[in-house]
Design a protein around this ligand. Structure first.
Ligand SMILES: Nc1ncnc2c1ncn2[C@@H]1O[C@H](COP(=O)(O)OP(=O)(O)OP(=O)(O)O)[C@@H](O)[C@H]1O
Ligand SMILES: [Mg+2]
Length: 231
């Protein structure tokens, strides 16, 4: 569903990503892992049209998307849940969700029930301001907002960062349910090895702006993942 080929990215003169190639399959969770500063967020930004790639290709379902805007990326079917969530603090939960309508035709401007079924707390707090939610609730809102766009590819940047364990479990359950529906490819950036190994079907390990290893879960173990991340 998502094909990234030889992607390079620069901030000004400094090159951050080198020849990144990987793919993410429909109905699977691809865990993108690596230590602080290896370029995980930069890679998601390039895929989501938040920062232009300086080389390479991104395809969704065979359709090229490189160097497009965030709006175009969303229209191609890419949804992005940014690191730090970026919920609009002064807008209600409902208004935050409705921002996802921007890339959909008017006839599809309704919140599907399944989004509230995934995260019931959002149904109960529809009128509350985003900024008044807990960190875990904001993370659920950010994921729900991404789902409103009916994505083919869901990109999540460290959804468990700073979140308490019971909400981490709820987010894990939601991602498993989305995977079982088989409609989208999920790319999960994580540093939490337990969470990532529990959910991931395949793993892309990054180091110094490059892909160091790509491996399917069947050929991997949690200890090998921890060892790979420790290098
Ligand atoms: N807007 C920017 N301008 C210049 N350099 C940047 C910018 N954003 C990130 N960088 C640099 O690019 C490199 C990769 O950063 P990035 O945020 O992509 O890493 P990351 O793997 O997501 O890290 P973390 O695990 O801490 O979230 C770092 O050296 C960072 O300092
Ligand atoms: Mg990051």
């Amino acid at each position: 569903m998502l094909d990234v080929t030889d992607l390079d990215l620069h901030y000004g003169q400094s090159q951050i990503l080198y020849d990144i190639s990987f793919h993410a399959d429909q109905g699977q969770i691809t865990a993108l892992m690596g230590n602080n500063g290896v370029g995980k967020t930069s890679l998601l930004k390039a895929i989501a049209g938040r920062h232009p790639a300086s080389g390479g290709d991104v395809k969704v379902d065979g359709q090229p998307t490189r160097s497009v805007s965030a709006y175009d990326a969303a229209r191609t079917g890419i949804a992005y849940v940014p690191q730090g969530r970026e919920v609009f603090p002064m807008m209600s939960v409902m208004e935050n969700l409705e921002t996802g309508f921007a890339c959909l035709p008017k006839s599809e401007h309704s919140i599907p029930d399944y989004v509230f079924d995934l995260f019931p707390v959002l149904r109960d707090m529809q009128a509350r301001r985003g900024g008044d939610l807990s960190g875990g609730q904001q993370q659920q809102l950010a994921i729900a907002r991404a789902l409103i766009t009916k994505p083919k590819v869901l990109l999540l940047d460290e959804p468990t960062e700073g979140i308490q364990p019971n909400v981490i479990d709820q987010i894990g359950d939601a991602l498993q349910l989305l995977r079982s529906q088989g409609k989208m490819a999920i790319v999960l950036v994580e540093q939490n090895a337990d969470f990532a190994f529990g959910l991931g079907d395949s793993f892309v390990l990054m180091e110094g702006g490059r892909v160091k290893r790509r491996v399917a879960k069947a050929d991997y173990s949690k200890q090998s993942l921890i060892d790979d991340l420790a290098l």
